[in-house]
Design a protein around this ligand. Structure first.
Ligand SMILES: Cc1cc2nc3c(=O)[nH]c(=O)nc-3n(C[C@H](O)[C@H](O)[C@H](O)COP(=O)(O)OP(=O)(O)OC[C@H]3O[C@@H](n4cnc5c(N)ncnc54)[C@H](O)[C@@H]3O)c2cc1C
Length: 389
């Protein structure tokens, strides 16, 4: 790690604040060029090779003046660390800056109709043809694909190998004829995710990430970062959904001790989550997060569901009215009484997306607590011989 001091970082932040806040792409481009995009990434890749903790200084400065921030977590929190860890120099140069500025949106093509929790069982085939790969298969639940230029794609390249060993990982350009993207409607009325049909889609060999057959290891890098991106929030008290819920509680002037008890328990759970995430962030200076990232993912998913159910309960019958909508976007509206029902419905997905709570508990049991493993009958069987529905 380089010897970047807090004073160096603050000087760079001052230079960043000279940029035009009304020019979104220009501001984020300047942040990238100053090494303040992902401060723990190497110099030249949007970072300074410094400790991850310094990112908080940048975050606080940006939030204080309401400056532009990257919009899409899949690019910022999942694609970028994967590219930084396994990408070639050419891939880092081509992909990281436009990803950060938002000029190129990324999405994640992992899940398939028969491979969600067991994503290593996936069927989408990639076959090499000279210096390109030809891809055929179906992906599903692909958030933001309709807005994305690039996809993180995991494919089956060796059906004779056991499932974890026969996969290869690519960045796929979605703007091509072999890619069909169809929206899927959710219970909020929105269609933020999609099914994707790949029919003789082409991927250049230059866009392969990691070695042929090493796709599972690369996919794990993305998944470990995904769990922290979803459940690793460390914002100060005063800025979270729980604070809004506390305000709603006060607004409604509820006074019965049972509800007060419930409110207090939710608040304590939220603080324990925040402090646990802070501690994890401090110890995780650089590199890919470990299995402990699943702690925040499980706790935040279950807390969000309970907290928004409680908040909706405060509003009585009126809170159950929901107009719905058909936005093709994943950005959340500001939380208030008009949007509360949308939040209530949307957070039901928190214990499914990015890995279900049951699967997170398996990971924590096996990889953190050292308990006996889940039953895995197909681990050493050639993928083509595994019985599938
Ligand atoms: C809002 C949302 C956005 C998403 N975005 C994306 C995206 O952008 N890209 C992407 O690739 N995917 C995305 N997903 C898909 C998500 O990763 C999968 O839905 C999830 O991994 C579960 O897979 P599945 O839906 O196939 O359920 P299944 O794997 O079929 O699971 C069904 C049930 O069985 C349980 N289960 C399965 N295996 C075990 C086990 N070993 N032990 C105990 N219980 C088990 C599960 O917990 C679940 O309750 C998204 C999902 C949602 C809801």
């Amino acid at each position: 790690m380089s010897a970047i001091s807090e004073a160096d970082v603050r000087t760079r932040i001052e230079r960043l604040m000279e940029s035009d806040l009304s020019d979104r792409t220009g501001f984020l481009g300047a942040q990238y060029d100053l090494g303040l995009a992902w401060i723990h990434f190497p110099e030249g890749s949007g970072g300074l090779g410094a400790g991850r903790g310094f990112q908080r200084l940048v975050h606080d400065a940006v939030v204080a003046v309401d400056a532009p921030q990257p919009r899409y977590e899949i690019g910022y929190g999942m694609a970028a660390p994967t590219i930084a860890e396994v990408g070639t120099d050419d891939q880092k140069t081509r992909w990281l800056r436009p990803l950060f500025t938002g000029e190129e949106v990324w999405c994640q093509l992992f899940s398939e109709p028969g491979a969600g929790s067991d994503v290593a069982g996936l069927s989408c085939r990639a076959v090499q043809d000279g210096d390109e790969w030809v891809v055929n298969g179906q992906k599903v639940w692909t958030s933001n694909a309709h807005m994305a230029r690039w996809g993180l794609l995991v494919t089956r390249t060796d059906p004779d190998a056991p499932k974890h060993r026969g996969m290869t990982y690519f960045g796929i350009d979605l703007h091509q004829p072999g890619v069909e993207i169809r929206p899927l409607r959710q219970m909020t009325g929105q269609a933020e995710f999609n099914e994707i049909y790949l029919t003789d889609a082409k991927v250049s060999e230059a866009d392969r990430m990691g070695d042929v057959g090493d796709g599972w290891r690369v996919a794990l890098t993305t998944l470990m970062n995904e769990r922290v991106a979803i459940g690793g929030d460390t914002r100060d008290a005063g800025k979270t959904a729980m604070d809004w819920i506390l305000e709603a509680w006060n607004d409604h002037g509820h006074d019965d001790p049972a509800r007060r008890d419930e409110m207090m328990k939710l608040w304590v759970r939220s603080e324990v989550l925040r402090l646990n995430n802070l501690r994890a962030e401090e110890t995780r200076t650089t590199g890919t997060p470990g299995p402990e990232g699943s702690i925040g993912k499980v706790i935040s998913a279950e807390l969000n569901k309970d907290a928004f159910a409680f908040a909706l309960g405060l509003t009585g019958m009126a809170g159950t009215l929901f107009d719905g909508g058909y936005d093709l976007d994943q950005t959340r509206p500001v939380l208030d009484y008009d949007t509360l029902a949308e939040y209530f419905l949307r957070v039901r997905a928190n214990s499914i997306e990015g890995g279900t709570t049951e699967v997170m508990r398996n990971i924590l049991g096996e990889r953190v607590l050292g308990l006996p493993g889940d039953v895995r009958v197909d681990k050493d069987v050639a993928w083509k011989d595994v019985v599938r529905n």
